[in-house]
Ligand binder design. Sequence first.
Ligand code: F6P
Length: 356
Amino acid sequence: MHIGILTGGGDCPGLNAVIRAVTLALLQNGASRVTGIRRGFLGLLNRDTTALDAAAVAGILAQGGTMLGTHNRCDPFHYFGAGGADCSERALATVRQLGLDGLVIIGGDGTMNIAQGFAQLGVPIVGVPKTIDNDICHNERSFGFDSAVAVVAEALDRLDTTARSHGRVMIVETMGRYAGWIALEGGLAGGAHQILLPELPYQLDAVAALCRQREQADGPGHTLICIAEGARAQDGDLSVAQTLVDSPDPVRLGGVGHLLARQLAPLLQSEVRATLLGHVQRGGSPTPFDRVLATRFGHAAAQCVQRGEWGGMVALDKGDIIRVPLSAVAGCSRPVPLGHELLVVARSLGIGLGGP
Ligand code: F6P
């Protein structure tokens, strides 16, 4: 049996751990060949591959990024290199020429949409969910998320000491696209006084009032605010947050944190500063939790291959690994539910969530 492995979309801590686990588990259990497809679907279009074996994946478990490289704009069904034309036949030809019996595709929601497209064309596919945003449907936790949360928590820990010293309002903007998971868990882990999420549009007055309360209280008077990049003001212009998160501009600048700083400063006595964490949250070595989860996903994907269970994505459900149809994942998202336990916890601790 000859299996291909491909990583699509943005990189994420833990991708190499999946590549390693899939490769080792397949080779240990009877696969004759494993081939890595380079730079995501671009490698399928250009037949750009590399052989994977125990030696090739040695030492990559703890490395961030993806040893195969990736490309987050390459969709063979709308290929940018051909003016948006459907080049899926070219990718299928590569699958045939390489003699692949199946493909393990590791990626986020966009990649799973493409995987579903190829599955419908008859390619045997197993999907593995990947995103620091933790927003893939039917999957309660993705690898990379824990690593991103650790970066946010450390940033807040560091900002706390400087905010305290100056009695300042410090705003940290996190990634997460349209989901608030990273800001919510990162904010809780880092002791943020206010957490602003896309799922709960904030009221500027309420955010300012909480900062003023802290200004007037005994003590350093500082406030730490953790804001997700997709967050927006309740009465604000929705398109502002959308432009910042999904800008068609090739240079995405981010900026809801800085926008909030500009809005808050005239309403407060304290000085306000904003920090954009950006891709720091996506780089570097995965946490032990992410290494283990990625390894479990890789092992489960290899098992699907061996059992001939194609057309599904491995996922985590109440701590167990399950398999969900790709069709149920494609085009679906997973925001923070408004009744989520962590929101209840935050409220009960007096952490501001942008409302009165
Ligand atoms: O989906 C993962 C993610 O890191 C989001 O949190 C973020 O909005 C986006 O990717 C950044 O994408 P890019 O690397 O293209 O700037």
